[in-house]
Design a binder for this molecule. Structure first.
Ligand SMILES: C[S@@+](CC[C@H](N)C(=O)[O-])C[C@H]1O[C@@H](n2cnc3c(N)ncnc32)[C@H](O)[C@@H]1O
Length: 363
């Protein structure tokens, strides 16, 4: 799981809706003094590192990562300081790193507004944290992040936060119950930022006649078999927020698109369509360009196929409109396409930023 969460970082980097993110940043920076952020279902801490590396956080932030999975929090304790250092932060553990309450303090000096980068082209962390040569900054600000790591169920923590982050999380839990918790955890005028909330689209390229049925039953598993969550969580979140008297400040698509990059003979990477495995230019042909997935994204696709396989295995075969053999063949073809570097994947997600209506102010 931790390997998958780390591997999907670059997919999320591309997918995150920049308009919603801009509004989240504006909401954070509009607050006076230190800002406290709690992230529910934080996994291995990629969102915190991203927000820091993309200079999206105010100057003084306390950031608490909460996940019920101890292995993910243990990995976050390694990956967060590493990622922040890569982004130019100086990090130190305030207490013994191995104690449960250990606090990580990260500081970063940044050239003033003129030097702040926005919307890095590919959004990859490796490319963040640098100041462009053309910057004409005259002032310097120091960002200080005070970070704590908590192994706990999101429904059982106590906190009072200016902002709650729930990335790729609200589609896994009971929406009414989690919103009720969030309302107790947020300061009255605090905001909820819920990016990469799954919203009912799972598709592959090349298209296969069985895709529609596989997708339907995979989503049925999310809705009816899996414990908690929904295949249409994004739009259900928008509905629930309205009913509970929240104002949605911004919402937008954050679709995942995972596809191979194609390195042609000139050595230039281009995100073009891969060649058919049977064509003369197939990746298996001696004359073919090398086809590969960016960063560790092949692992993301392996994980998705594995998850679909596991989900369908939990539904009685007699209920489904395809045989076990057809299902097996569909999966085999997808895995073969993945190994050949020709599988593409699309998932539909929404990013949402919201605040309780009674206290909505103009940002
Ligand atoms: C899909 S992962 C997303 C992780 C991270 N937000 C990201 O985008 O990389 C969902 C995470 O939620 C955590 N989780 C699920 N239910 C939880 C709960 N009730 N309380 C706390 N964490 C939970 C899982 O352990 C997992 O790390």
């Amino acid at each position: 799981m931790q390997t998958y969460l780390d591997a999907k970082r670059t997919v999320d980097d591309r997918a995150l809706n920049r308009r919603v993110l801009d509004r989240f940043e504006a909401a954070l920076t509009a607050r006076d003094g230190p800002v406290s952020i709690v992230e529910l279902g934080a996994g291995v801490g990629t969102m915190l590192v991203r927000l820091a590396a993309w200079d999206r956080l105010p100057e003084r932030v306390s950031y608490r990562l909460v996940d019920r999975d101890a292995a993910s929090i243990a990995r976050a304790r390694d990956l967060v300081p590493e990622g922040l250092e890569d982004a130019g932060y100086t990090v130190r553990w305030r207490d013994d790193r191995d104690t449960e309450s250990a606090t990580l303090v990260a500081t970063h000096e940044l050239a003033g507004d003129d030097g702040r980068e926005r919307d890095k082209p590919s959004g990859l962390l490796e490319e963040t944290g640098s100041v462009p040569a053309s910057a004409t900054a005259t002032t310097t600000t120091t960002t200080t992040l005070t970070i704590t790591f908590t192994v706990a169920d999101a429904f059982e923590i106590e906190a009072q936060a200016d902002a709650l982050v729930a990335a790729a999380f609200l589609d896994l839990v009971d929406l009414s119950a989690v919103l009720e918790s969030i309302e107790t955890l947020l300061e009255p005028d605090g905001v909820l930022y819920a990016p990469i909330t799954f919203d009912g689209g799972t598709g592959f390229v090349p298209i296969d006649p069985l895709d529609r049925d596989i997708e339907r039953w995979y989503h049925y598993h999310m809705d009816e078999v899996r414990d908690g969550g929904s295949s249409r969580a994004g739009r259900e979140l928008l509905t629930a927020l309205r009913r509970r008297d929240w104002e949605t400040l911004a919402a937008g698509g954050s679709n995942w698109v995972v596809r191979p990059a194609c390195e042609n003979h000139s050595g230039v990477d281009e995100a073009g369509s891969p060649n058919s495995p049977n064509s003369p230019n197939s990746p298996n042909s001696p004359d073919s360009p090398t086809t590969h997935y960016p960063a560790s994204e092949q692992l993301v696709l392996e994980h998705v196929l594995h998850t679909i396989d596991d989900a369908l295995a939990e539904i009685p075969a007699t209920r489904m409109p395809f045989s076990s053999a057809e299902q097996e063949q569909w999966l085999d073809q997808r895995r073969t396409a993945l190994e050949s570097g020709v599988l593409e994947f699309v998932a539909h997600n929404l990013d949402v930023l919201a605040r309780r209506k009674a206290v909505v102010r103009r940002l």
